[in-house]
Every structure is written in structure tokens, then in C-alpha cells.
Ligand binder design. Structure first.
Ligand code: PLP
Length: 474
């Protein structure tokens, strides 16, 4: 391909992308292909042979697209969103053209300085004080691992990095509703998953802080070293909010490192009227939230903030001769702020998003999503055959169909409801279990979801539920 052809193909791709967003609602939201079907079609092609862009594009549409679940469809209500937006997609294109390795300041000063600027802005926007320092990590999972490693090194005066473990038996705490990434981080950091203590939750699915204190006390009696606590601001199951201020107090009392996992709900703190939900957040040692979930910025982009920047960089710095630069003392070399050496230029898409929407535009969208969530819950309750299974402080409603039958059968009924809903292709919801009960989750977070999409979803849920109740033996 030469540059002239490249330009032509770029225009074709640009048209394809704009067309895609225009017709996105005509695809089944959840891919309906059978396992192995994409693989076997690929096997039938001779993919090793040089092909024309016409052929590649046509196979892309024919083979790949049917196997795509359309996360950017306004009828996507599953999991948590991984939303994007027009300015973000454009910035990703530019980033991919620059294809810069942003490991140190010198390898692209603009990337380092825009990242510092954007992280300061996000920190201020979510109401964190200026003694937090921000860096973009690839995911919340990585950010949580980074925090646990910093906690480990701070505690051991950086000795575990040098000599390995010395028989300390560390304990890490989180709630029983916390995200699986915490357990993964505990394993990777070398603590052992049996040393992750899961504290029970109350009827709102939030950590019971008194039980945290009890667990710490009994661990101390047993000779363990309580090291860190991870609190959740918005659990993945039901967006429950742990009592951050109480946990901060306990963390201070026992010298625990306190990391806040706000992966989805951190974005809501951009609304001043919701800050009260995160009371005490300024006492935490670190926090992560994902603009790549609910802030219109393409995956990957996790905003990670930590107070003790020196402990962070001391935990991760390495300085081989070939990476030394004259500016090392003057600039942020983000290579030392996390796990990988190589880094993408991720700040650019954030900058495009914030500037194109304006902060007020982003706030308006988040407020709209919150209103649509309440609207959904109210309408659903009014139908009298559904119950809401958890508080919904943000954009996620956990509910189930309940025609007042025995609870074992209710799980089966709701599983059937979910399968039937998703097989229509008209929307996509997912499920979880709360208190051992099967519940459906309805999450409003896709960039282009509007009232009409939520209304259509309610109608479909109602219609399929009625059908199920008529057809079933219940
Ligand atoms: C989604 C989520 C994560 C994981 O996020 P990644 O960026 O995919 O690692 C962690 N914690 C919570 C509460 C989440 O909702």
C-alpha cells in the first residue's frame, strides 16, 4: 500500500465507522453466533496470502461483524458500559498514527505533559485534593495491583523488592462484594489468596466496618500483619458503596494502606451533588476510576491517583543506562509509575473528550443516565410483577421477575427471562447473584442511550415476562 492508497482506504474506513454508528441499532446487540463458527470460517480462508483491501473489508463485514457484541449500541445495558464517543474515536485514530511509545518524558514530551495535565484536571473534577498525584493505568485491575505492591514496599521499607518475602504473613481486606481483580492482585503480589479476608456486607451490600475492625484484631492476635484494605465505591454486582470514612478511620488506626476501587462510579463524582456519597475519600491513600467505563473514552484508560508518589516511583523505578535522560529530575517519567515499561499515548483521547463535550456536557450526560436509571426502576416497579433487589445510587438496577413463587423456581424463571431477552437481539442485559439469588442487571451507561431506548427496553421486558408467566407452569 502506498500513501495514496492509504488515504483512499482511510476514507473508506472513516465512512465505514460513521455508517456503523448510524446503523448500529440494526445489529443484534449481543452477538448470536455459535461457538467455533468464526474460527471455522477463518480456517476456510487463505489468510496467509496477500489480499486486496476490498477482500479484507468484505471478509471483515462478512465474518467478523456477526461475531461482535455491540458495546456502543444504545441498547447495550449489560455488565458495566465500556463506552466511547465521537471525539474519543477520532483521538484513537490519531494516537494510532503517531504510535508513540510514551515510556519516558523524552520519548514524547507532549504525552507526558498532557497526561499530567489531564490527571490533575480529573483529580480536581472528582473532588480529590491536590495531594493526590495521577497517572493513567491500562485497567483498574492493574491500578489495584500497583496499590498493593506500593503498600507492600512501604511496609517493608522496600526490602521485599530487594530480598523477597521474609516470613511475614500479610493480610488484605475487602468486602465480600468486592471485585475479583482484588483477589487476582493479592495472588500476583505474592500474599496468597487465602490472606485476602472478605468482610461481610450489610443489607445494602456495603462492607460492615465494625467487622473489618474485628477481623483486623483477630488477625493481630493470630500473628498476621494487616497491610491494606480495598474499599469499593460502587461494587460491580449492585454498585454498593462501602463506608469510606469509617474504613479510612480504621485504616489510620491500624496503619493500613487504603485503596478505593471506584472503577465505574468514580465518574459520578464529577457531579458535585453526588460527592456526599464519597465522604472521607480524601483520607484514602489511593483511588482508581475508569474513564473507559462511563466517561465516553475508549478502552483503555484508567485514572489512578495516589498520595505517596515517592513510594510509588520507588516501588517501580528501574534505571538501566539506556533509559537515563538528562531531564530525569525535572519531569514525570511514567515508566516508573506502574508495571509496564512501554505505554500508549492515552491522554490524548481524554483531552479530546473533555474539550469536545466540555465538563458541563459530560456532567449533563451523566445526570441524564442517572435520571433514566430512576425512570427505569419506577416504571418496572409500577408493573407489580418485578422487585428491585438492591439500592441503585448510580446507573445500575438489580431486579427480578417475581410472581410470588418459591425461590428456587424464581432463579430458573429469571434465567429464562434473561436468555429470551438477549436472544431477541434488541437489547443486552446481564445478571449477577445477590444473597445467592439470581438477579438481572440493567445498566444505563452507553453514550447514546436515550429515553426511547429505555422505554423500548421496559416494554420488551414486560412483554417477554408476561409471555413467560403465561407459558410457564409457575
Ligand atoms: C470493572 C471493575 C473492575 C475492573 O476493571 P478493569 O479496568 O477491567 O480492570 C474493578 N473493580 C470494579 C468495582 C469494577 O466495576
Amino acid at each position: 500500500m502506498d500513501n495514496d492508497n492509504f488515504r483512499k482506504e482511510l476514507h473508506r474506513a472513516a465512512d465505514w465507522v460513521a455508517d456503523y454508528f448510524e446503523r448500529i441499532e440494526s445489529y443484534p446487540v449481543k452477538s448470536q453466533v455459535a461457538p467455533g463458527s468464526i474460527f471455522s470460517q477463518l480456517n476456510e480462508l487463505d489468510c496467509r496470502k496477500k489480499s486486496s483491501m476490498d477482500e479484507i473489508f468484505s471478509d471483515f463485514e462478512k465474518i467478523i461483524i456477526p461475531g461482535i457484541t455491540h458495546w456502543q449500541s444504545p441498547n447495550f445495558f449489560a455488565y458495566f458500559p465500556a463506552n466511547s464517543s465521537y471525539p474519543s474515536v477520532i483521538a484513537e485514530l490519531l494516537t494510532s498514527a503517531l504510535a508513540a511509545q510514551c515510556m519516558v518524558w523524552e520519548t514524547s514530551p507532549a504525552a507526558a505533559e498532557l497526561e499530567e495535565y489531564m490527571m490533575n484536571m480529573l483529580r480536581d473534577l472528582i473532588g480529590l485534593p491536590p495531594n493526590f498525584h495521577g497517572v493513567i493505568q491500562d485497567t483498574a485491575s492493574t491500578a489495584t495491583l500497583v496499590s498493593l505492591l506500593v503498600a507492600r514496599e512501604k511496609y517493608s521499607s522496600f526490602q521485599i523488592n530487594a530480598d523477597g518475602f521474609d516470613n511475614q504473613k500479610f493480610r488484605i481486606y475487602c468486602s465480600s462484594e468486592a471485585h475479583s481483580s482484588i483477589e487476582k492482585a493479592v495472588k500476583i503480589a505474592g500474599f496468597g489468596s487465602n490472606n485476602l479476608v472478605k468482610i461481610p456486607v450489610d443489607d445494602r451490600f456495603a462492607m460492615i466496618s465494625e467487622l473489618l475492625r474485628e477481623a483486623i484484631e483477630s488477625d493481630l492476635d493470630a500473628g498476621f500483619v494487616p497491610l491494606a484494605v480495598v474499599s469499593a465505591f460502587g461494587t460491580t454486582g449492585s454498585t454498593a458503596i462501602d463506608p469510606i470514612i469509617e474504613i479510612s478511620k480504621i485504616a489510620k488506626e491500624y496503619s493500613l494502606f487504603h485503596h478505593v476501587d471506584a472503577a465505574l462510579a468514580g465518574t459520578a463524582l464529577i457531579l458535585p451533588e453526588l460527592r456526599y456519597l464519597a465522604e472521607g475519600i480524601e483520607y484514602a491513600d489511593s483511588l482508581v476510576f475508569n474513564p473507559h467505563k462511563w466517561m465516553f473514552t475508549n478502552f483503555d484508560c484508567s485514572a489512578y491517583f495516589i498520595k505517596d508518589k515517592d513510594a510509588l516511583t520507588r516501588t517501580f523505578s528501574i534505571l538501566p543506562e539506556y533509559l537515563k535522560t538528562k531531564q530525569d529530575s525535572l519531569v514525570n517519567n511514567y515508566r516508573d509509575w506502574g508495571i509496564q515499561l512501554g505505554r500508549r499515548f492515552r491522554a490524548l483521547k481524554l483531552w479530546f473528550v473533555v474539550r469536545e463535550y466540555g465538563v458541563e456536557g459530560i456532567q449533563a450526560k451523566i445526570r441524564e443516565h442517572l435520571e433514566l436509571t430512576k425512570f427505569f426502576a419506577d416504571k418496572l416497579l409500577a408493573l407489580n410483577i418485578f422487585e428491585i433487589m438492591a439500592p441503585y445510587p448510580f446507573n445500575t438496577v438489580c431486579f427480578r421477575l417475581n410472581p410470588k413463587i418459591d425461590s428456587n423456581e424464581l432463579d430458573i424463571l429469571n434465567e429464562q427471562l434473561l436468555t429470551k431477552l438477549n436472544s431477541t437481539g434488541k437489547l443486552f442485559l446481564s445478571h449477577t447473584k445477590l444473597n445467592g439469588q439470581y438477579v438481572l442487571r440493567f445498566v444505563v451507561g452507553q453514550t447514546h442511550t436515550e429515553l426511547k431506548h429505555v422505554l423500548a427496553a421496559i416494554e420488551l421486558i414486560h412483554q417477554i415476562s408476561d409471555q413467560l408467566l403465561e407459558d410457564s407452569i409457575f
